[in-house]
Design a protein around this ligand. Structure first.
Ligand code: EPZ
Length: 422
């Protein structure tokens, strides 16, 4: 049975929303369990379908997973890895599955991982992952849609310069390097907070890592890693998304268990647009001090630049801005699929290659729209919250991959939103 979300727009959001652990930190953190035969305990793990998929993938590798449904704590123990193959049916459901490659190679000296294939937002190759592992001494062959990787004598530290800033390639190589012989330098490394969170967890497990959060990470290989407990950092994309929900509905929201320090570029763009964003003792308070907001140009960049995962959301709020906003997507080649859906709601957006010119309109009108990928789906929710009349969003399984209890959280703040069987 497919489900949709129905929203009647126009209600300002007021109240408090608790931000949970970051999906894009929890996923690599779960694969780090493969690096040791002892227990890795993760707390503040969000309840999302992507997390369940990762748990399923690790379990078929032989990882023992102790998790009570509905709890935010996972205990993972890879005492023995019984299977080093990551199959197509799981990898094709979630690209982040590629993150088992480095740990399996480092722990077992071999791995057979399905090539993730493309996805809605781009071709998303994994060449940087594979070339980096080759430089660490792995032998890599591609055949029948699978990556066949082996390092029978173990991995050896090396200087690896990544041609593009890649978040999961940085994470894969950093994890592989923790058990390599000697020193590895990752140059042009991703600086995302999720990379730093993973490094902190690996260090707690006994890894020797310096420079995480900068573009040059140094890992001194060790013989083994041990048990640790790690609290997943707050989700900066969830934080930015709900901040924009407050703004587009002319509301006033407190976001708890998060921090303004996680969203520096988002904050500066929203403040330029006329939003009032303040740090509070336990998080962030956001309200639209200017209504409508002022159009501001945005360009997505690797952290600490404006996050590509918030590009669709900022576009939603700019559709009803004063003036116009030029939004340029520099990370992925096809991340404007939300544009035609927003235009069905009355937005005025013109796309030229990797830039979208958003001319503000007085209001959006509710319509039937379709979610295409995770962040595009939540952009349509934001648009629906502000639109006049009723919006129905189909294919919302995309939403459940990255947003926990979204309707419940919005309902509690005054939104008229419900899930319906479509
Ligand atoms: C991570 O994906 C995130 N996923 C993405 O979030 C996020 O959009 C992206 O980083 C950018 O911030 C997770 O962390 C699980 P990249 P990742 O490698 O690592 C190219 C979401 O909505 N590239 O940093 O796959 C790539 O095509 C998801 O939560 C290569 O060319 O992204 C892209 O153009 C969507 N070769 C650029 O680099 C490679 O080997 C950056 O991609 C790897 C990447």
């Amino acid at each position: 049975m497919t489900t949709s979300i129905r929203i009647v727009g126009g209600n300002p959001l007021k109240g408090s929303i608790r931000i949970r652990g970051a999906k894009n930190a929890a996923l690599p953190l779960m694969t780090a369990a493969l690096l040791t035969d002892e227990t890795l305990t993760l707390t503040n793990v969000p309840c999302l379908t992507d997390i369940q998929t990762m748990a399923e993938l690790l379990a078929q590798h032989g990882v023992y997973i102790n998790h009570t449904p509905g709890s935010y704590t996972y205990e993972l123990k890879a005492q023995t890895i019984t299977n080093t193959t990551a199959p197509y049916d799981l990898v094709s459901k979630m690209r982040a599955s590629i993150l088992v490659l480095g740990p399996l190679l480092a722990r077992c000296g071999q791995a057979k991982v399905s090539l993730p294939g493309g996805c809605a937002i781009g071709t998303r190759p994994v060449d940087i992952h594979l070339n980096g592992l080759k430089q660490l001494g792995a032998h890599i062959e591609l055949s029948e849609g699978y990556i066949h990787a082996s390092a029978p004598n173990g991995l050896v530290g090396a200087n690896v310069t990544m041609p593009l800033v890649s978040v999961t390639a940085t994470e894969n190589l950093m994890m592989a390097a923790t058990l390599a012989k000697g020193e590895t330098r990752l140059i042009n490394a991703a600086r995302e907070p999720e990379v730093v969170d993973l490094a902190n967890c690996l260090i707690a497990m006994g890894a020797r890592i310096t420079g995480a959060g900068t573009d040059s990470i140094i890992i001194e290989g060790v013989s083994h890693l041990h048990k640790a407990t790690h609290d997943v950092l707050p989700d900066r994309i969830e934080t930015g998304t709900y901040a924009m929900a407050a703004i587009i509905t002319d509301g006033d929201l407190e976001l708890t268990h998060t921090s303004l320090s996680l969203i520096p570029s988002i904050t500066s763009v929203l403040q330029q647009a006329g939003a009032d964003i303040q740090a509070t003792t336990n998080g962030v308070r956001v309200k639209a001090s200017l209504s409508p907001i002022i159009g501001v140009d945005v360009m997505t960049e690797p952290y600490p630049g404006f996050a590509t995962d918030l590009q669709a959301q900022i576009m939603a709020i700019m559709t009803i801005c004063q003036g116009a906003s030029m939004i340029t997507e520099t990370i992925f080649e096809n991340r404007f699929m939300h544009v035609p859906e927003l235009c069905r709601m009355g937005a005025n957006i013109t796309v030229h290659n990797s830039s979208a010119l958003v001319r503000g309109v007085p209001y959006l009108s509710g319509a039937q729209v379709m979610a295409t990928d995770l962040r595009a789906s939540v952009c349509l929710v934001l648009a629906g919250l502000a639109a006049r009349g009723e919006t129905t969003i189909s294919r919302i399984y995309h939403l459940d991959r990255g947003y926990e209890k979204l309707e419940e959280k919005l309902c509690n703040c005054g939104a008229s939103i419900e899930r319906i069987a479509a």
